[in-house]
Design a protein around this ligand. Sequence first.
Ligand SMILES: C[S@@+](CC[C@H](N)C(=O)[O-])C[C@H]1O[C@@H](n2cnc3c(N)ncnc32)[C@H](O)[C@@H]1O
Length: 207
Amino acid sequence: MARRKRSGSGAWVVEHEQDPFVRKARDEGFRSRAAYKLAEIDRRDRLIRPGMQVVDLGAAPGGWSQYVAAQIKGKGRIVAVDLLAMLPIRGVESIQGDFTDAKVVERVIDGLLNRQSDLVLSDMAPNISGIAVADQARVYALCELALQFSQRALRPGGVVLIKVFQGDGFEDLRRRMRVQFKRVVVRKPQASRARSKELYLLATGYQ
Ligand SMILES: C[S@@+](CC[C@H](N)C(=O)[O-])C[C@H]1O[C@@H](n2cnc3c(N)ncnc32)[C@H](O)[C@@H]1O
C-alpha cells in the first residue's frame, strides 16, 4: 500500500535520499525506483520481449512503462492507466482514470485495438487510511479487478503480474490464479523494501 508521506518527516527524507534504488533511478533516468522491481522479475522470469502488447495498471509516475518501452524496443504496444496524470512516454498510450470505474476499464480495452495482450502488469496500490481491515480490502479489490481484467485481455499462454500485500486475501487470490494459469509463483524483488508486506504474484500460461 502506498504509505502517506509524513510531511516534514526527516527520517523518511533521509531514508529516501540514501536508498540506492532511488539514486540509481535518478542516474538512469527512471521516474521511480519501482522500475527495478519489474526489471529484476523480468531478468529472472523473462517476461518482456519486442513485439509484445503489454498493459500497465497503476502506471504513474511511469517507471514500469519506461522499462517495458525500453524492452519492447518500439515493436509492440503498451497501454498504461492510472488515477494520476502521467508525463508522456514514447510508445505508451496513457489513460488517466480510476480502474474501479467500469467505463475506465472499457477505455483500456478499447486501447488494445481488438488484439489480445501478452502481459498484464498491476502495481496498483491504494493510499492507506490506517484502518487495516479496510485497507487490506481495498488492496484485494484492486487485485481482483486486475485478475478479472487479465481474463478479458490476455491471449492463451499470457502472463499477469500483480502486486499484493501479505495478509487476508492473499491465499484466496493465489488459489484462484492457480485455477486459470499453469503456474503461479511469488516474487519479492530486492528493490521491494524488506519491511514492506508487498509481494508480487506472477502467473504464467493463461488457459
Ligand atoms: C506504486 S504506484 C505505481 C508505480 C509505477 N509502477 C511506476 O513504476 O512508476 C501505485 C499506483 O497505483 C495507482 N492507483 C491506485 N489505485 C488506482 C485505481 N483505482 N485506478 C488506477 N490507478 C490506481 C496510484 O495512483 C499509483 O500511481
